[in-house]
Design a protein around this ligand. Structure first.
Ligand code: KG4
Ligand code: ZN
Length: 347
């Protein structure tokens, strides 16, 4: 089944074409095209995403990306279904994708499947990943062999969620953030440091020149025996630290903040993995692009002989390939989302 997917929940306009096959126990995906048009430069002067500007950019970019995809594939008629993100996200942004997808589905006479953006992030772990082999093939990729039970850490700009999964479609939410999400903490703290939006990649960049042990920032809720998170207190301590230490070295602050966030995420994830006897640990969402977080989880899972999975970099931050995967799995399990903007949808 070939699925053309559309994602416009926040500040990335994305269209992808994905070939999906197999049942719930053997789903396989091949990303044929994956286009993302980033709006970072448009929102950057405002220090964050402006919903109506996002809408305007989506309206402009969607036809351009579709045209590019049509030219590359010359066979839009051969697709079997259209998928679109219905939530969570910014309402005006979601609506542009939904209206565009509705019209396209009508024009092509194809079914339209609604998808949950957070399921998209979760299921991005089932996209093929690049293998580090010396193979001669230009882009060797492999479908991850994820075994259950699994523990999944979903860390994006809006969400920080820890899940216990017993199958592709059955999970229990162990905990989530009580205030700021991990990505939001990166973004807000970057702002305090005078770094541009989005803050996560900027903090990562300057952290490379600092010491993660330079400043002992609090690790919120680290030792509480639950799977909840809270990051707004960390932001406040950084604010006070900068006020009291105006000559602080920014790379040290960035590296120490990054380490504080990583310590909490990794420790809680690993505790859940041990408690629930997980065979696999999954990481996904925009913050999964953070190299230090990936390396930390890789090392700690190795120590416990657990399998660690994280999607390739281009599928961590928002993209439409993950939306195609979510729509396919949703259709296999007979789950239908209403085709209307649902800004508060969750996992
Ligand atoms: O998943 P995503 O693209 O959008 C949402 O669904 O929210 O996540 C965006 C978030 C932003 O907060 C951004 O700062 C963060 O992911 N992010 C990172 C990195 N790359 C993106 N955080 C830390 N390190 C990174 N390298
Ligand atoms: Zn996202």
């Amino acid at each position: 089944m070939k699925i053309l997917a559309i994602e416009t929940s926040c500040d990335e306009t994305a269209i992808a074409l994905v070939e999906a096959s197999g049942g719930l126990k053997s789903s396989r995906f091949k990303v044929l095209e994956n286009f993302v048009s980033s709006q970072i430069n448009v929102h950057r002067p405002f220090g964050g995403v402006v919903p109506n500007l996002a809408k305007r950019e989506h309206l402009k970019n969607l036809p351009l990306l579709l045209e590019e995809l049509g030219i590359r594939q010359q066979a839009l008629g051969k697709i079997d279904a259209i998928a679109v993100t219905v939530g969570p996200g910014l309402e005006p942004a979601l609506w542009t994708g939904i209206e565009f997808a509705k019209k396209l589905a009508q024009d092509l006479r194809k079914p339209l499947l609604g998808a949950n953006h957070m399921e998209g992030h979760l299921y991005s772990n089932w996209l093929p990943v690049r293998i580090n082999s010396k193979s001669q093939a230009p882009n060797p990729k492999k479908t991850p062999n994820i075994r259950f039970p699994a523990v999944a850490l979903v860390v994006s700009g809006g969400h920080t969620i820890l899940l216990y999964m017993t199958s592709l479609t059955k999970w229990k939410k162990l905990g989530e953030t009580r205030d700021d999400a991990a990505g939001e903490a990166f973004d807000k703290i970057a702002r305090l440091l005078g770094l541009p939006y989005p803050g996560g990649p900027e903090i990562q960049k300057i952290a490379a020149k600092g010491s993660p042990r330079a400043i002992d920032f609090p690790r919120p809720m680290l030792n509480q025996k639950n799977y909840e998170f809270s990051f707004s207190g960390l932001k406040t301590s950084v604010l006070y630290y900068l006020r009291d230490n105006p000559k602080a070295k920014k790379p040290d602050v960035a590296a120490s903040v990054q380490q504080a966030i990583i310590d909490v995420l990794v420790k809680k994830t690993m505790r859940a993995a041990r408690e629930f006897g997980a065979k696999s640990v999954l990481l996904c969402g925009g913050v999964a692009a953070n190299r230090a977080l990936r390396e930390n989880l890789q090392l700690t899972t190795n120590d416990l002989r657990l399998k660690f999975f994280v999607p390739d970099f281009e599928f961590n931050t928002d993209n439409a390939a993950m939306i195609a995967v979510a729509a396919y799995i949703g259709s296999l399990r007979g789950r239908k989302y209403r085709i209307t903007a649902q800004s508060n949808l969750n996992l």
